[in-house]
Design a protein around this ligand. Structure first.
Ligand SMILES: CC(C)(COP(=O)(O)OP(=O)(O)OC[C@H]1O[C@@H](n2cnc3c(N)ncnc32)[C@H](O)[C@@H]1OP(=O)(O)O)[C@@H](O)C(=O)NCCC(=O)NCCS
Length: 199
């Protein structure tokens, strides 16, 4: 992975502190997608596979800022924060200190890998290399812990994130069509799993 451009370096990045947790909703994680990944089953079990095709949307998909850090998510983050096997960092506005992004990663030692729970940046600071910078920090952290891979999940209707992970060298390693509901394909939101090999 090549290095992040310097414009990203003007944003302070520091460890998440407990007092930041209620402020995580300051980050606006919404995005607009003009196309999506259409998932089709091909073949029949046990020789079934999935075909992914980018299709334009008649109406852009707007994922509002509804991904809220609600009480349950805040409790999850606090729990991870109290553990020694996590990397949880926030990006702040250099002038106002408003939170603009989060990287939230946990080591899963039983399978020698790191799981990215959250990587999100405020809509105002995207495409400046900050996402790459945070992921480089994640990979360096995972390497230092001698882990074999960094793993994460995103959704088939979040094509901007899919392009981002592919660009950073992640491999698409799995499709789970029953991850959110029993009919994710029909709903147009299928869980996609990505992996970055460190060995
Ligand atoms: C996904 C996200 C973290 C990317 O962060 P970012 O700071 O905008 O990405 P960067 O500027 O570091 O881009 C890194 C590379 O990915 C590419 N990239 C980023 N967003 C892209 C997009 N929407 N489409 C195509 N390529 C994209 C960039 O072109 C860049 O490639 P380059 O360095 O070779 O030029 C950010 O868009 C985000 O927070 N989105 C909303 C929340 C979200 O979806 N999080 C992921 C959930 S799993």
């Amino acid at each position: 992975m090549s290095s992040a451009p310097t414009s990203a370096s003007r944003y302070p990045i520091h460890s998440l502190l407990p007092e930041h947790v209620p402020r995580l909703a300051e980050i606006r994680p919404g995005f607009t997608a003009h196309s999506t990944l259409l998932i089709r089953r091909t073949g029949a079990p046990p020789f079934q596979s999935w075909q992914l095709e980018e299709v334009p949307l008649h109406q852009a998909f707007e994922k509002g800022n509804s991904y809220d850090f609600d009480a349950i998510e805040q409790a999850n983050i606090r729990r991870r924060l109290a553990q020694p096997n996590t990397l949880i960092e926030v990006v702040a506005d250099p002038y106002t200190q408003r939170l603009l992004g989060i990287l939230d990663v946990e080591e899963e030692s039983w399978r020698q890998s790191a799981w990215v729970w959250n990587l999100m940046l405020d809509s105002s600071v995207r495409r400046q290399g900050l996402g790459r910078l945070l992921m480089e920090r994640c990979l360096a952290w995972a390497r230092a812990r001698n882990l074999r891979a960094v793993l994460l999940e995103t959704q088939s209707n979040n094509l901007p994130a899919c392009h981002f992970y592919a660009r950073l060298g992640f491999r698409l390693i799995g499709v789970n069509e029953m991850f959110y509901t029993n009919n994710d394909i029909e709903r147009g939101e299928v869980a996609l799993f990505w992996g970055y090999s460190l060995r």
